[in-house]
Design a protein around this ligand. Sequence first.
Ligand code: FE
Length: 284
Amino acid sequence: MAQRSLHRILPAVAVSDGAGVKLLRSLGHTREARLDPFLMLDCFYSDNPDDYLAGFPAHPHRGFETVTYMLEGHMLHEDHLGNRGELKSGGAQWMSCGRGIIHSEMPRQESGRMRGFQLWINLPAREKMKPASYRDLAPDMIPEIPLADGGLARIIAGTFLHEESATCGPVNGISRNPLFFDIRLPAGSRFSHPLAPTSHAFLYPYQGSLIVDPDGSAASLRAHQAGILGKGDAVSVLATEPSGFLVLAADPIGEPIVQYGPFVMNTAEEIDQAITDYRNNTLV
Ligand code: FE
């Protein structure tokens, strides 16, 4: 297998979003800092309630998908479709905004640690105006596969291949074939997995540090750096300390992107239409 090397590092930058939630943004910090079809990755990580209590009050989206994955903490999702999802430690939600959704994500804790991610994945033109849909993935719906040396893989999306067996995550069979794994490794342990050669892929260590392609180009990647991988059909890493990291891969879309805040479309006219629809209460 051709191992993918580390092609580019996007460091996470401290930003504030929603009603003032403090985040680390890697992908999506600038328009150039994207990896088709991934638009944005935010990591929230704080023990200080002042950093997260304001939450994300009601706001719209159109044209892409949002994936929220909680490592620790408790948030409540509510949307205009009447969905209500308790997002707890180890759980996730996969929301396809399509033509429009209006939702809120508010903390359900007043103290303690809040740690997790929000990922934005673009939709192709033919799916941007489909009806919105929402999937709440409770922690026990996410398969956990023990790895060697006490490591662990959690499978949020895609098919995980390990020791002759294949484990499907709860999100499967959607366009762009996304893989979303959360991998925990003890120091000195290795992890390898095949990746479709056509996919765009990146790693995000949220804890510890990794050597990417340890038997080849051997580049190091530290916590809160998004490591965009080059071409190849597999990824391999070595943890140099106890580490946790996301593995994300998906097929690129290859269409123009025009973004205005929470709306991501193909043309400026479509953005104008989204703003008009939102003003006229016809977004959703
Ligand atoms: Fe949102």
